[in-house]
Design a protein around this ligand. Structure first.
Ligand SMILES: [Zn+2]
Length: 273
């Protein structure tokens, strides 16, 4: 599933294509959304913003389009009126006279007014967004060590969007590795320094991944691997999808294991329990 950085990049692309533009035509595949087409035609797209793993597209009549791509949803931007050859199900098309934004395969789509948006079960419960420049590591460390969270396994806790928004499986495995912490530990097991190192890694890696299109590996190493001809996927990570390969730090084989109910990757030497 795409994580915070991928969603923000998709939202950026969508904003570049349609923000500030007037909607000439809008198509909804779902019957319950069709009545909104006439209310949105002629409106201007005010803003496109990511919220956790969802994207909010706000219109000049104060309605907001909520879309959550889950596993398969995908946005595609084309020149206006152009549809690609695709076997995917088209769920939504926003035409602006210059560009068309197409959403395929997503099923979690709704149109909300402000009151509905405030009470939305996903949006209203999101924790602080790691890509929000105002969020700091100290603040996150305090949050994780709070009574509500300190006894929960980190592998699940760091991916819970209500705790903090933006990390999924790959970012969680990578941040724990960089901080040298075993995924089955809990905030209560860590020293203040370890917890701070962990929240520093979370923030740093989420932001680096957003800026680089998905690289959480050390940038110097990733660049050097690329120059040696390695494919992009093979350069991106410290541990994620690297089971059986040597840890960059100590040479131990990376393992893949079920950790607190989720599949994850770690170095058993650098990340001891
Ligand atoms: Zn190691």
């Amino acid at each position: 599933m795409p994580e915070g950085p991928e969603i923000r990049r998709a939202a950026d692309e969508l904003a570049t294509a349609i923000a500030g533009q007037q909607i000439t035509k809008i198509f909804f595949a779902f019957d319950h959304l069709k009545p909104y087409a006439s209310r949105l035609q002629g409106q201007t797209v005010r803003q496109v913003t990511p919220r956790g793993k969802a994207i909010l597209t706000r219109f000049s009549n104060d309605l907001t389009l909520y879309t959550h791509n889950q596993l398969y949803g995908r946005w595609l931007i084309t020149a206006d009126g152009e549809y690609p050859d695709s076997s995917r199900q088209l769920r939504l098309a926003i035409h602006t006279g210059d560009r068309t934004a197409l959403l395929y395969s997503a099923s979690d789509i709704s149109i909300l007014n402000d009151a509905e948006l405030r009470q939305h079960p996903y949006v209203s419960r999101l924790g602080p967004d790691l890509l929000d420049p105002g969020i700091e590591a100290e603040q996150l460390a305090e949050r994780l060590s709070g009574k509500q969270y300190r006894r929960r396994c980190l592998m699940g806790l760091l991916q819970d969007q209500r705790v903090m928004a933006g990390m999924g499986n790959y970012l969680c495995c990578e941040a724990l590795h960089v901080a040298g912490i075993h995924p089955q530990q809990r905030p209560a097991d860590l020293s203040a320094n370890q917890l701070r190192r962990l929240t520093d890694s979370c923030l740093h890696l989420v932001r680096q991944s957003y800026e680089t299109g998905g690289i959480t590996n050390d940038m110097e190493r990733a660049t050097s691997l690329r120059q040696q001809g390695a494919p992009f996927e093979a350069c991106r990570f410290h541990v994620y999808r690297r089971q059986g390969m040597p840890c960059y730090r100590c040479g131990t084989d990376i393992i893949k294991d079920r950790l607190c109910g989720r599949m994850g990757y770690l170095c058993p030497t650098c990340q001891r329990q």
